[in-house]
Write a protein that binds this ligand. Structure first.
Ligand code: SF4
Length: 179
C-alpha cells in the first residue's frame, strides 16, 4: 500500500467523492439537525422542519450537486459524523477502493435503470418514492406486474439487497443518518 493509499484509507475521501448515496436519498430519507444548526441550515437552503422533538431536513439533499456536497466545509454535524457500512470497511482497510467504487457504481447503475424503466427522472424525490408511485400506478405487487416487468423486478430486488448488505440501509423505513 502506498503512502497516499494509507491517507485515503484513513479519511475515506476518495470513496466519499465517488459516492453520494447518503446524500441523494438512496440510503436515507432525512437528516437530523442539532438545535444550533437550524438557522444556518435554513440559510443553506436545507429547509429544516420540526419532526417530533427535533429538526430534520429531507433527502435528496438540495446541497448535493450530483457529485459532491456544495456546503462540505459547513455541512451539518450528522453528515460529518455519518459513515455507512461500506465506508467503515474502507477506512478500516478491509475493502479496497476499486471494489468499493464498483459497488457504488452498481447501485447507481441500478437506480438509473429503474428510473429509466419507470420513466421517473425526478431529482427531488427519493428513488424509493418514485418506485412506489410507479408500482401503484401500474398495479405493482401483483403477479401480472411481475410477469410484465421482470427486468424491473430483478433490478429492484438487486438494489434492495445491495443497499442492505453493503450499506446497512433500512431503505424502506423512514431512516435517518444517525441510525
Ligand atoms: S449537507 Fe452535504 S453531506 Fe449533508 S446530506 Fe447534504 S450534500 Fe450530503
Amino acid at each position: 500500500m502506498s503512502g497516499s493509499d494509507n491517507d485515503t484509507f484513513q479519511n475515506g475521501s476518495a470513496l466519499y467523492l465517488s459516492c453520494g448515496l447518503c446524500c441523494d436519498g438512496v440510503l436515507h430519507s432525512h437528516v437530523p439537525l442539532l438545535p444550533e444548526e437550524i438557522d444556518r441550515a435554513g440559510q443553506q437552503g436545507l429547509s429544516p422542519f420540526a419532526r417530533g422533538e427535533r429538526y430534520v431536513f429531507l433527502q435528496p439533499c438540495p446541497c448535493y450537486n450530483g457529485t459532491e456536497c456544495s456546503i462540505y466545509s459547513k455541512r451539518p454535524n450528522a453528515c460529518h459524523a455519518y459513515q455507512c457500512k461500506l465506508l467503515k470497511k474502507y477506512t478500516q482497510g478491509t475493502i479496497g477502493l476499486e471494489e468499493s467504487t464498483k459497488l457504488v457504481r452498481t447501485v447507481k447503475h441500478l437506480v438509473l435503470a429503474l428510473q429509466t424503466q419507470s420513466g421517473t427522472t425526478s431529482h427531488s424525490k427519493r428513488i424509493w418514492q418514485q418506485i412506489e408511485e410507479y408500482m401503484q400506478d401500474k398495479g405493482g405487487g401483483t403477479a401480472e406486474f411481475r410477469q410484465a416487468y421482470p427486468e424491473f423486478m430483478m433490478d429492484l430486488a438487486m438494489l434492495r439487497v445491495l443497499c442492505k448488505r453493503h450499506f446497512q440501509s433500512r431503505i424502506e423505513q423512514d431512516k435517518d443518518v444517525t441510525g
